[in-house]
Design a protein around this ligand. Structure first.
Ligand code: ADP
Length: 481
């Protein structure tokens, strides 16, 4: 049972069975640090997805009929297994995704925390007794599982983006068909191994690897799927919402961000620099809540830029499994190209490279952690999510100007600011158009708080007591006496 090699699977997991694609085709999963092929996974499409949906529908009925604490006992075992395999899961995650082992093991603990949290929250999906409008009637509202869930997840958090959907779905009594990102399917399959060992009945958690458009097309068009939960780009989120319109599915969308990070003149600059590094360079800048744009008030601008550049230049770049590495490779060549385009556009329009700015000497998809100053709003880097290790700094004069610049985007996921004045802290926290705000901190993610965006950054919330609501329907029952 405890041999970590059992976690590396080459087959998909449907209805409690490990299977190949119908036509036997596969795709390769590579280590972004070395280019080495780690494994192959089945390249499945609509037919296999349909079978997973049928299995999920059948498995859901007895699962939903169990008590919340019966479901919780199985989920708790899954959590325990994830934590006892934290090192092996972390290593697998680093190899397919690139992040440092420290971050990867942190992600496993974070991923597991959603299973533990929602196992408990499942017990608290209370209904309501409503004061009646008619003396001959009694009114109640009950919460029931939404139905079969189609989940589609990205490569930047190959474990945690899965559990924050699957945890609440299973706890609520739903069954899930998951399509993990094709860059990182191995962590998803390893989670399925542990779910099986935890005693999760077949059909409740299906992992279908392969063609995004074929699997996504089936998940969104199949009427049995009642809900789509997606984390990824705003562009694909729009497509999935459009495709789901025909069958009126519920949607949870956790989409792109373009997080602003404001440093006001009353900020603790030491803390702001530390928060900036944490928020910008985690996962080499490849998280949807990573800072994309820094705005720094004039009087503290030069000091902040100098210290941020110094801290950035000191970050250790390398393969994630090496000791002390803080910045791993980017996920693929396309990601490097986008980073280079943003830097080239910024410097052509007058930005200055304070540190970095180039591909790293290690080659491959390694990139130097970079700080740019003299950045202005017309540059691509302020408009689009860079998703890489580049910190562009814009100078501002007044609070109004900072807020106007910060809010000038269709995105609204996370925002950060550093300030000490109480009035300013309240004003800015209320005025920033984002679903999440870090005040004097660059790290905000936790399973106990509601994670999600406003504007075109998404719909719904993951984590916290609110995260299970997305997987429940409210049913009103009106009883005549
Ligand atoms: P990223 O830029 O993070 O790769 P994407 O939105 O492209 O974000 O991908 C996130 C997830 O959505 C991945 O699992 C990807 O395979 C999947 N995906 C991409 N295109 C489609 C599509 N047309 N239909 C369904 N899923 C898709």
């Amino acid at each position: 049972m405890s041999d970590p090699a059992r976690l590396l699977r080459h087959q998909a997991y449907i209805d409690g069975r490990w299977i190949d694609a119908d036509d036997g085709s596969t795709f390769e999963v590579t280590d972004p640090a070395t280019g080495e092929v780690l494994a192959t996974a089945p390249k499945m499409g609509a037919a296999e997805t349909r079978r997973a949906i049928v299995a999920a529908e059948a498995a859901m009925k007895p699962w939903a009929a169990k008590t919340a604490s019966e479901r919780a006992r199985i989920l708790r075992r899954w959590f325990d297994l994830m934590m006892s395999e934290q090192d092996a899961l972390g290593r697998l995650l680093t190899r397919e995704q690139g992040k440092s082992l420290t971050e990867a093991k942190g992600e496993i603990a974070y991923a597991a925390s959603f299973i533990e949290w929602f196992a408990e929250e499942g017990k608290r999906t209370y209904g309501e007794v409503i004061p009646t409008y008619d003396a001959t009637k009694r009114l109640i509202a009950i919460r029931q599982p939404v139905g079969v869930v189609g989940a589609i997840t990205p490569w930047n958090f190959p474990a945690a983006m899965i559990t924050r959907k699957v945890g609440p779905a299973l706890a609520a009594g739903c069954a899930v068909v998951l399509k993990p990102a094709s860059q990182t399917p191995l962590s998803a399959l390893a989670l399925a191994v542990l779910a099986e060992e935890a005693g999760l009945p077949p059909g409740l958690f299906n992992v279908v690897t392969g063609s995004a458009s074929d699997i996504g097309g089936e998940l969104t068009s199949n009427p049995t799927v009642r809900k789509i939960s997606f984390t990824g780009s705003t562009e694909i989120g729009r497509t999935l919402m459009r495709q789901s319109a025909e069958t009126i599915k519920k949607m949870s969308l956790e989409l792109g961000g373009n997080a602003p990070f404001l440093v006001f003149d009353d900020a603790d600059i030491d803390a702001a620099v530390a928060g900036a590094v944490a928020s910008k360079f985690r996962n080499s800048g490849q998280t949807c809540v990573c800072t994309n744009r820094f705005y720094v008030q004039s009087s503290v601008h030069d000091e902040f830029v100098a210290r941020l550049a110094q801290a950035t230049a000191a970050l250790k770049v390398g393969a994630g499994l090496e000791d002390g590495v803080q910045i791993g490779p980017l996920i693929d060549a396309k990601a490097v190209k986008k980073v280079e385009e943003h830097i080239a556009d910024a410097t052509a329009k007058g930005a200055k490279v304070e540190t970095g700015g180039q591909r790293h000497a290690l080659g491959g998809t390694f990139f130097q952690p970079t700080v740019l100053s003299g950045v202005t709003s017309d540059m691509l880097i302020c408009k689009e999510e860079t998703f890489g290790p580049v910190a562009p700094v814009v100078r501002f004069e007044t609070e109004e100007e900072a807020l106007r610049l910060a809010n000038a985007t269709e995105f609204g996921l996370a925002g950060y600011f550093y300030a000490r004045d109480m009035g300013r802290v309240w004003r800015v926290a209320e005025a920033m158009e984002t679903g999440m705000i870090g005040v004097n901190t660059g790290l905000i993610s936790t399973e106990v708080a509601p994670f999600g965006g406003i504007k075109q950054s998404g719909l719904g919330r993951e984590g916290s007591r609110h995260g299970i609501e997305d997987y429940l329907e409210l049913k009103y029952v009106c009883m005549g006496l």
